[in-house]
Write a protein of this length. Structure first.
Length: 256
């Protein structure tokens, strides 16, 4: 057998081996490896799929400058996550499932501070949390278990100062709170009657202004014990009405 014939025979044998390997891989339907790296036409790494040293599985998509822009992974606590990064490689948005299975979306600014968080807790309550430049909560929007929506505004000292909500019966209410979390003023509509209730530091109603369902405006002023000492109203048929009481609540003067 000539040298050329030997080379040709070797080529045929190699080709036959490749065919058998291809057939075997096709039958198995899988490829096993610890790490896969995809490169572009210039040989730059553009995607990596593998297992990190701590055992977490990770897939990273990389831009032409070598920065990871998308990271998809699952850690040892079985928490899947996807992280989107900017051109500087800084994480800007993360979508994940927490340990209890609750979905959580976190959006950060260019300085790495969490600014927006959106989640649905294990109790089924959806919550939107918006934060300031220091990463502290300043506005929280949610829907309570009873189905009533609520918006809470928070000051720089992490104290709730204003609450806007719609009660289960459909009545809207705005509450203004002091630094201790006590409602000092409440504006709402109940059974078709708008009402403003202003309270003292002990939570006692001291001034109530409202328009009743008949369209009559009313003002009631009370003492620290909750006794109404002055009342003013304008009725459609009777006109203006004013009543004054003493410290014991006894009527002392009225008109008409």
């Amino acid at each position: 057998m000539t040298a050329e014939e030997q080379i040709q025979a070797m080529r045929e044998e190699i080709n036959a081996m490749r065919s058998r390997i291809d057939e075997l891989e096709h039958v198995r339907g899988e490829i096993r490896a610890l790490r896969f790296v995809l490169v572009d036409a210039q040989g730059k790494t553009r995607a990596v799929l593998g297992v990190s040293p701590d055992g977490s599985s990770v897939m990273s998509l990389i831009d032409a400058q070598g920065n990871s822009r998308v990271i998809l992974g699952a850690d040892l606590d079985k928490r899947p996550s996807i992280v989107l990064s900017d051109a500087n490689g800084e994480s800007r948005a993360t979508l994940m499932l927490t340990i209890d299975g609750s979905p959580l979306l976190v959006m950060t600014d260019a300085h790495g501070k969490s600014r927006v968080m959106l989640t649905v807790g294990s109790d089924g309550i959806p919550v939107l949390d918006m934060r300031d430049f220091q990463g502290d909560p300043r506005l929280v929007l949610g829907v309570k278990i009873d189905g009533s929506p609520m918006l809470v505004m928070i000051d720089a000292f992490q104290k709730a100062r204003a609450e806007l909500k719609v009660k289960p019966d459909g009545a809207p209410m705005l509450g203004l709170l002091d630094a201790q979390g006590n409602i000092q003023a409440a504006l709402g509509v109940s059974e078709g009657a708008p009402m403003l209730d202003m309270k003292d530091a002990q939570g006692k109603s001291r001034a109530v202004l409202m328009v009743d369902t008949d369209g009559a405006p009313m003002l009631a002023l009370s003492d620290a014990q909750g006794r109404t000492l002055a009342a003013l109203a304008v009725y459609i048929d009777e006109g203006a009405w004013l009543a004054l009481s003493d410290a014991k609540g006894n009527l002392t003067w009225r008109t008409p």
